[in-house]
Each structure stands twice: as C-alpha cells, then as structure tokens.
Ligand binder design. Structure first.
Ligand SMILES: NC(=O)c1ccc[n+]([C@@H]2O[C@H](COP(=O)([O-])OP(=O)(O)OC[C@H]3O[C@@H](n4cnc5c(N)ncnc54)[C@H](O)[C@@H]3O)[C@@H](O)[C@H]2O)c1
Length: 233
C-alpha cells in the first residue's frame, strides 16, 4: 500500500498504524494539489507494487468562511487540494486500473457536502459537494471498464484535522448524532475496506454516510440530541 501525504511526519504516523495492525505500507511525498504530484504518485505505485487496483482519495483540508469572507487564495487552495486532486489522481489511476482489468476508487467527501455544517465553510462545502457529483459521473463513465467509484461522507470524526477544537465543541460533535458516540478514523477505514473488497462488487456510484446517523436526523431530533433530551413524545 502506498501512503501519500505532503507532510512526512503525518505519513510516518499512518504507516506506523498500518504496520502495528499487521499491514505493509510505504511512503510517497507529494502535493496532490498539483497535477505533477498526482501523476508522480501513480507512477510510484506502479513502480513499487506493479499495479494499481484500489485508490482512496482521502486528502482534505478545511476551508472556512461565509461567502463574503472567502478569499480567492483560500478558495483555490481548498478546491485544488480537496476536489482537483481526486480528479487528477484518478486521471492517471484509471488507465492503470483498465490495464489491470478493473478497480475500486473510494472518495472521502463529507456530510458538509450534503448539508450545511456547524461552521461556515463555503470552500470546503463546495469541494465536498463537487466530490459527490464527480463520484457519480466517474462511476457511470467507467462502469463498463469494471471500475467502481464510490463516496464516503464522514460525519464528526475525531482526527488530527479537528483536534484543535475545545472540549465543549468536541462533546457537541459527539452528541449531535443519534448514536452519540465519537467517530474514529477506523470507522471510515472499515467502510473503505468494504468498498475496496469483492464483497461490494455490485456497488458503484453510491454516497455512503458514515456518520452515526447524522444525515438521518431531522431538526427536532438534532435539538433533542444536543440537549440530551430524548423524550420524543
Ligand atoms: N475529521 C472529520 O471530522 C472529517 C469529517 C468529514 C470529512 N472528513 C474528510 O476526511 C478526510 C481525512 O480527514 P482527516 O480528518 O483524517 O484529516 P487530517 O488532517 O488528519 O488528514 C489529512 C491529510 O492530508 C494531508 N494533506 C493536506 N494537503 C495535502 C496535499 N496538498 N497533498 C498531499 N497531502 C495533503 C495532510 O498532511 C494530512 O495528513 C478529508 O478529506 C476530510 O475532509 C473529515
């Protein structure tokens, strides 16, 4: 497995976690916001492993701001890192998958691409919504080549992306969903393993929320969850 990151320390942490779980992985440093980085990482995967059959587009950065506050630089960076990367990595990965008889692409969007988030984040919302739309189009374009393309929409997961949030917000993120437990990176990984596996061979073009039920909840139930008041009568 090839772990790609712009940050070597983050890549090492990921590889350590994989090794401790009994897996094997190597590191490739690239900026996936650039087409050259996307091309290079696919070439590295072929060089090291001889084929590319599973691609997980999980790189993402936040993009804060309501519309009047959005700067052109922030917009371009978030759209490049979060959305352009999945298209341009796939651009080089798909021909390799075709050569190999097929493959599975798993895109990691967000519930923020489905509904407005707790924070104002127009660039992030636009990028994640774009990922969901591009997933469906790619699934349709490449079905006959036996390439499946699916999208996971994580809910409020506790990872390094959000470890700066204070305890109050961390608790709110946990309580708001029906299950009321904190999401971990492993919850997303388990869904991705299924979408990568032969067990999901007849599934393509789907949007799979992995969110403790957040997208199922209506306004009243969200309020009840926040208030810890489950009297629905
Ligand atoms: N954590 C959450 O609550 C949450 C919720 C919904 C969706 N997501 C999505 O899940 C995915 C993973 O998020 P996470 O919480 O693990 O974030 P994270 O910050 O822990 O991991 C993202 C990784 O992407 C790398 N990266 C950033 N820019 C890059 C670039 N230009 N080129 C290469 N690598 C780059 C970072 O170095 C980092 O290691 C993201 O797409 C994120 O939008 C996360």
């Amino acid at each position: 497995m090839l772990i790609v990151d712009i940050d070597e320390a983050a890549a090492i942490t990921t590889v350590q976690a994989i090794t401790e779980a009994g897996g094997e992985a190597s590191i490739f440093i690239a900026d996936v916001a650039k087409e050259s980085g996307c091309k290079a990482l696919v070439e590295a995967a072929i060089d090291r492993y001889g084929k590319l059959d599973i691609l997980m587009n999980s790189v993402g950065i936040g993009g804060p701001g309501a519309t009047p506050d959005v700067t052109e630089d922030a917009w371009n960076r978030v759209l490049d890192v979060d959305l352009k990367s999945m298209v341009f990595i796939s651009k080089y990965a798909i021909p390799e998958m075709i050569r190999n008889g097929g493959g599975s692409i798993i895109n990691v969007a967000s519930v923020d691409g489905i509904r407005a988030a707790m924070t104002k984040n127009i660039p992030y919302a636009a990028a994640k919504g774009g990922m969901i739309a591009a997933t469906r189009a790619m699934a349709v374009h490449h079905g006959r080549e036996n390439i499946r393309v699916n999208c996971i929409a994580p809910g409020m997961i506790y990872t390094s992306m959000v470890e700066a949030v204070d305890d109050r917000r961390r608790q709110l993120r946990r309580n708001i969903a029906p299950l009321g437990t904190e999401g971990r990176a492993e919850d997303i990984a388990m869904a991705a393993i299924f979408l990568a596996s032969e067990e999901s061979r007849w599934i393509t073009g789907i949007l799979l929320p992995v969110d403790a039920g957040l997208m199922a909840a209506g306004p009243q139930s969200l309020i009840n969850n926040i208030l810890d008041d489950y009297d629905y009568v």
